[in-house]
Design a protein. Structure first.
Length: 272
């Protein structure tokens, strides 16, 4: 597997990779700097961890930062947001007011206009309730945060993550591809994905397949979807039992993350 190092994409995107690799962060957090060609002003998306070497690298290429935007509240995206905004003399914007600093919360459909650059905000809950994606239509690109990853598939951790919302958000992203507005996906972890249609279709198929596997595992545990209580996502033992059936061929180091997704899948089945 080829290593990911970030770089320049389209005419308006520059990815500076944070040195925080890990099981959940892949190669590290992608900090995206968006800027119209010829402009000195930029938008910095997901400053990431509070690491001086990373923030120095971002500042070196960001020019005059008009706004820091966070795609959701997870710490590997937001830890440095306020500190970096203070350094650059701007505010922090996100969907959750708790993530904002010296700026108003972001809104669905809002267009962020900076130095000739237009970036459209889309609320795309699923990975978290406050997840957003950012459309850079001039480059045919969609910044997906953690809704779509450059490798593998994202975790939908109950209760903040919600599978029904996730399916709806992926469908919204896919419609942008169908409408000719998006061709590539710029994720917050892992490499850029040039085949937006293929990746989004794969994500739906993968989630539906996993959901079918979870549903099929229930009779082996003496249950059916109709037996699931509304609060099954918080059940103390059932999700782990399902993981042991469905993920039997997967390295156990991944079972913790799998259990979080299974909790979301069980909650989805209970509501269906």
């Amino acid at each position: 597997m080829e290593a990911w190092h970030g770089g320049e994409y389209g005419a308006r995107g520059r990815c500076v990779l944070a040195p925080n690799p890990g099981l959940m962060t892949l190669d590290g957090t992608n900090t995206w700097i968006l800027r119209e060609p010829g402009s000195e002003r930029s938008i910095v998306v997901d400053p990431g961890p509070l690491l001086d070497e990373h923030l120095d690298a971002v500042a070196a290429v960001a020019g005059q930062v008009a706004a820091v935007v966070v795609t959701h509240h997870h710490l590997d995206h937001t830890e440095a947001a306020r500190s970096f905004a203070e350094r650059m003399g701007c505010g922090v914007r996100g969907l959750d007011p708790a993530q904002c600093w010296r700026s108003d919360p972001i809104a669905d459909g809002e267009v962020l206009s900076v130095g000739g650059l237009d970036v459209e905000v889309l609320t795309t809950p699923g990975h978290t309730t406050d997840s957003i994606s950012l459309l850079v239509e001039a480059d045919g690109a969609l910044l997906t945060g953690d809704m779509v990853l450059g490798r593998g598939t994202t975790v939908i951790a109950h209760p903040d993550g919600d599978l029904g919302s996730y399916f709806d958000s992926i469908a919204r992203m896919r419609a942008l591809v169908t409408d000719g507005r998006v061709a590539s996906l710029w994720p917050a972890h892992g490499p850029v994905l040039p085949d937006a249609a293929g990746i989004l279709d794969h994500y739906v198929v993968h989630r539906r397949d996993r959901l079918a596997q979870v549903e099929a595992a229930l009779p082996r545990l003496g249950l059916s979807p109709g037996d699931l209580p509304p609060d099954v996502g918080d059940h103390p033992t059932l999700p782990r039992q399902v993981v042991e059936v469905v993920y039997a061929d997967v390295d156990e180091v991944l079972w913790g993350a799998a259990e979080q997704s299974v909790r979301s899948q069980l909650a989805y089945l209970a509501r269906r």
